[in-house]
Write a protein that binds this ligand. Structure first.
Ligand SMILES: C[S@@+](CC[C@H](N)C(=O)[O-])C[C@H]1O[C@@H](n2cnc3c(N)ncnc32)[C@H](O)[C@@H]1O
Length: 259
């Protein structure tokens, strides 16, 4: 049987159709272990929408979405183009199904490109035609790395990777991240959950808030700092049940103040 894959499992959690039996089996195991996973991914998407609008409010019209996933309703280009039709969006993912689906869906969108690349190789990403040809690096860019850095192991130096993106972007550029931590979960939920992702090509590295903060070295984190995803500038009061269910993911937005 084919190996499960994080992009397609995420698509399944969101109710999408771009997934295979192995993805559904792994995703069902994860849901059995942690039923709140579905609420968690929806809250992550709600954070994505808040972040895109925040960036547009800052005057940013360029988005580099790293680990963009399989495009589903409410993706970055939908939110950005609705609020600011002059926005441009470069999607980057290393997963072939995500990229193929993105290309099929978005081929007639002039403001959007889809690139297959590994975000851990910033020079490859930044020199790719879909990125370099679309984005103007002399003007601020929103670099989005939502629910993806936990797939980058410590030995790949995620802080160094993010610093390379920062140095390539104009001052005033923004980095937004969300990150799984395992906080509030039982030992079984953590160990079994890690085991599920060990079967995919991208094992998980859970990081507590202070380790997430370290990833942002050199960036200026904006208020309210590194907080649970639901607490990053919420637009309405968060149901206590939802907070308890998804308390294990961190979110942060930071600004590049120097080149
Ligand atoms: C959980 S999904 C998140 C999708 C989207 N960013 C969101 O928050 O809705 C993670 C995505 O990151 C992609 N990914 C994981 N590691 C990556 C890497 N090193 N380079 C590029 N994409 C990666 C996966 O293929 C998957 O599509």
């Amino acid at each position: 049987m084919q190996r499960p894959n994080a992009a397609r499992m995420y698509d399944y959690f969101l109710g999408g159709t771009q997934n295979f039996p192995a993805d559904r089996v792994a995703a069902q195991r994860q849901l059995g272990l942690l039923p709140a996973t579905r609420v968690g991914v929806r809250e992550n998407r709600a954070f994505l929408r808040r972040v895109v609008r925040h960036c547009i409010g800052r005057g940013i019209r360029q988005f580099l979405d790293l680990g963009s996933g399989i495009p589903t309703a409410g993706n970055v280009h939908e939110v950005a183009l609705r609020d600011a039709p002059d926005s441009v969006i470069a999607y980057v993912d290393h997963e072939p199904v995500a990229v193929a689906h993105g290309l099929r869906l978005l081929h007639d969108e002039p403001n959007v490109t889809v690139t297959q690349a590994d975000l851990a190789e910033p020079r490859d990403v930044l020199s790719a035609a879909g990125v370099r040809g679309l984005l103007d690096f002399d003007r601020p860019i929103a670099v989005l790395a939502l629910s993806v850095l936990h797939f980058v192991p410590d030995e790949s130096d995620p802080a160094g990777i993010l610093a390379t993106y920062r140095r390539s972007c104009a001052p005033g550029s923004v980095l937004a991240i969300s990150h799984a931590s395992g906080a509030g979960l039982t030992t079984t939920q953590v160990t079994e959950g890690l085991r599920i992702y060990d079967e995919t090509p991208t094992p998980l590295t859970l990081r507590p808030a202070d380790r997430v903060d370290e990833l942002l070295a050199g960036w200026s984190v904006v208020s309210p700092g590194v907080v649970p995803v639901v607490d990053w500038r919420p637009e309405h009061q968060v149901d206590p049940d939802v907070r308890e269910a998804v308390g294990n993911g961190w979110a942060a937005v930071a600004v590049a103040t120097e080149a």
